[in-house]
Design a protein around this ligand. Structure first.
Ligand SMILES: NC(=O)c1ccc[n+]([C@@H]2O[C@H](COP(=O)([O-])OP(=O)(O)OC[C@H]3O[C@@H](n4cnc5c(N)ncnc54)[C@H](OP(=O)(O)O)[C@@H]3O)[C@@H](O)[C@H]2O)c1
Length: 295
C-alpha cells in the first residue's frame, strides 16, 4: 500500500508513519515547520508550493490527513486562521485525493459534540461548542460528501511517543524524569477517553487494510478527567514532587468552551475487530517507568 501522511512530524501522524512502515507499507510522511526524522516537506495550504514533496510522482493509494492547527484556544481567538488550517487544508486534501484517485482519511475529534451526554457513538447528534469543533465538523462533512470511500476517525485526548514530547502525558513524564517540581492546574470536570497514538495507527492499519469507510470512533477503554489522568501517571513515581490544583472549567476561564462529559465509544470498531486490545494509560506509563528504572 502506498500511503501519504500529512503532519507526520506530529503526534498522530508520526505514529501512523512508524506503524505503517513496520507493517511493510510504502509510507511517506510530511512535516511543515519541524523536520522530524524521516519526513519530507509539504504545505497542505499551498499544494502548488515548489518545495512540496512530489505527491503525484508517488501516486498514493491513501492520503492520511493529520496536518492541522490543534490548539483549541488559539483557534477560538483566530477564527480565519483556524478555518484555513482546518477546513481549507482539508478541501485541498480532498482535491488531491480526487486527482490521485486515492482514499482520504481525515482525523476528527469529540469536540464536535457538546459534552452533555458523552462518551459518544458515531451517530450521536453533533453540536460543537468551539470554533475548533465547528471547523473540524465542517471539514469531516466535506470529506464524507466527497466520496463514499473516505474515512473519518474521531479521536480525543491523544498521548504517546513523539519526537517533541508535547502531549499532556509526555510533558508530565518529562518533568518527572528531569526531577522538576510539577505545578498542575487541571480541570476536574472534563471527561474523555485518552488514547495512545500508536493504537490509533494500529486501528487505522486494520481499517485501511479492510477497505473500511465512513466514521469510526477510536477510543481506549479509560474514561477519566485530567486530574485523574495526572494522578494515574504520578502514582508510578512516588518520589515526584508536585502541587495539583483541581479546578472546574469555568474557573479556568479558557477562551474556548470544552465538552465536559465528552469522550468516544469504540463499540462500532470493537464489533468489527473483537480481538483488538487497546492499551490503557496504565500500560503506557508503567512501561515508561520501567524503562527509566533500567536507564
Ligand atoms: N492530539 C489530540 O488529542 C487530538 C484530539 C482530537 C483530534 N486530533 C486531531 O488529530 C490530528 C493530528 O493531531 P496531532 O495531535 O498529531 O497534532 P500535532 O502533533 O499538533 O501535529 C500537527 C501536524 O500538522 C502539521 N501541520 C501544521 N500546519 C501544516 C500545513 N500547513 N501543512 C502541512 N502540515 C501542517 C504539523 O507540522 P509541523 O509541526 O512540522 O509544523 C504537525 O505535523 C489533527 O487533525 C487533530 O485535530 C488530535
Amino acid at each position: 500500500m502506498r500511503i501519504f501522511i500529512t503532519g507526520a512530524s506530529g503526534l498522530v501522524g508520526s505514529n501512523c508513519l512508524r506503524h505503517f512502515k513496520e507493517k511493510g507499507w510504502n509510507a511517506i510522511g510530511t512535516y511543515f515547520s519541524y523536520e522530524a526524522q524521516d519526513t519530507v516537506f509539504y504545505d497542505t495550504l499551498q499544494p502548488d508550493n515548489e518545495n512540496n514533496y512530489d505527491v503525484a510522482a508517488f501516486k498514493p493509494e491513501v492520503i492520511v490527513h493529520c496536518g492541522a492547527l490543534t490548539h483549541v484556544d488559539y483557534c477560538e481567538q483566530n477564527e480565519a486562521e483556524s478555518y484555513e488550517k482546518t477546513v481549507v487544508s482539508t478541501q485541498n486534501m480532498i482535491a488531491l485525493a480526487a486527482e490521485m484517485n486515492a482514499r482520504l482519511v481525515f482525523i476528527s475529534t469529540d469536540y464536535i459534540f457538546d459534552g452533555e451526554s458523552g462518551p459518544y457513538e458515531e451517530n450521536a447528534p453533533v453540536n460543537p461548542l468551539s470554533i475548533y469543533g465547528k471547523h473540524k465538523l465542517e471539514a469531516e462533512q466535506l470529506v464524507l460528501q466527497a466520496s463514499e470511500d473516505h474515512l473519518v476517525l474521531r479521536i480525543t485526548n491523544v498521548y504517546g511517543d513523539e519526537e517533541r514530547g508535547k502531549n499532556f502525558v509526555s510533558r508530565i513524564l518529562d518533568q518527572i524524569f528531569n526531577q522538576q517540581k510539577l505545578t498542575l492546574r487541571l480541570p476536574i470536570d472534563q471527561y474523555a477517553t485518552p488514547i495512545n497514538a500508536y493504537d490509533i495507527a494500529r486501528c487505522l492499519y486494520l481499517l485501511l487494510n479492510d477497505q473500511k469507510s465512513g466514521v469510526y470512533h477510536i477510543a481506549g477503554t479509560d474514561y477519566m478527567n485530567r486530574v485523574q489522568l495526572a494522578l494515574n501517571i504520578l502514582k508510578y513515581f512516588p518520589d515526584a514532587t508536585y502541587e495539583l490544583i483541581p479546578l472546574t472549567t469555568d474557573k479556568i476561564g479558557a477562551p474556548a468552551a470544552r465538552p465536559l462529559q465528552g469522550g468516544l465509544k469504540n463499540r462500532k470498531f470493537m464489533s468489527e475487530y473483537p480481538d483488538f486490545r487497546f492499551n490503557t494509560v496504565d500500560d503506557y506509563v508503567s512501561y515508561k517507568s520501567i524503562l527509566t528504572e533500567e536507564d
